[in-house]
Design a binder for this molecule. Sequence first.
Ligand code: MN
Length: 242
Amino acid sequence: MHVRRVPSTSTPAPAEAVTGSAWITSLAVPEGASRTRVDRVQFAPGARTRWHRHPIGQVLVVTEGTGYVQRRGGPAQLIRPGDTVRVAAGEWHWHGATDTTPLTHLAIEEIPADGTTTELGDPAGEGEPAAVPAVTRTLLLNQQLPAPRVIDHVEIRRITIAPGEHLGLHVHNGPVFGSIETGSAVYQIEGEPETVLTPGDVFHEPESARIARFDPQGDGVTFLACFPAGPGETPSLTMLDS
Ligand code: MN
């Protein structure tokens, strides 16, 4: 073990990698079998990296200021002290300060043993990127019920089905609306094509519909299920013989 005292030397970030002014302080370099490099990067207001990608990805930990990170095809996201950003291997992205505030982050990266280095692309756009709106609302499902239904309470349950479990043919005494949180499942209403539900997908099991399959794949599945129910009704599931 060795302790390095507060490093005092920072070097300007290479002009081919960053537009604007940024400074890099090397905190740790690969040593022995370790391939880990840790840098502190300080961006002046308006400074940002070019688009680039890292062979094994990168972890950014914001320590001061405010900035942006953006992956190709996604919106720029505001990042603040304490935020951690994991950039996937080979994912095109940029990071940097806002136009009016500096940004300091730690950059933690594994350096491949084969010598592959960060690949640089185009400069990131100029001016403040369109940040993620503070609130987004997306309509995921607007399900017409077969007939008007009296509802006086709604249960929301988080349901986890272990890998390898098969629920089998079943029916509910009311409509069920669900949203996959983690994992995935093969879903099939009897007589209809089967689909694979993955995180973020929503589904609807119509009242009295025979559900042929809700079978977890791989690591199992966890979903939220919403049961609108009428006076005196308790949402229930009845197993059927196939
Ligand atoms: Mn990066």
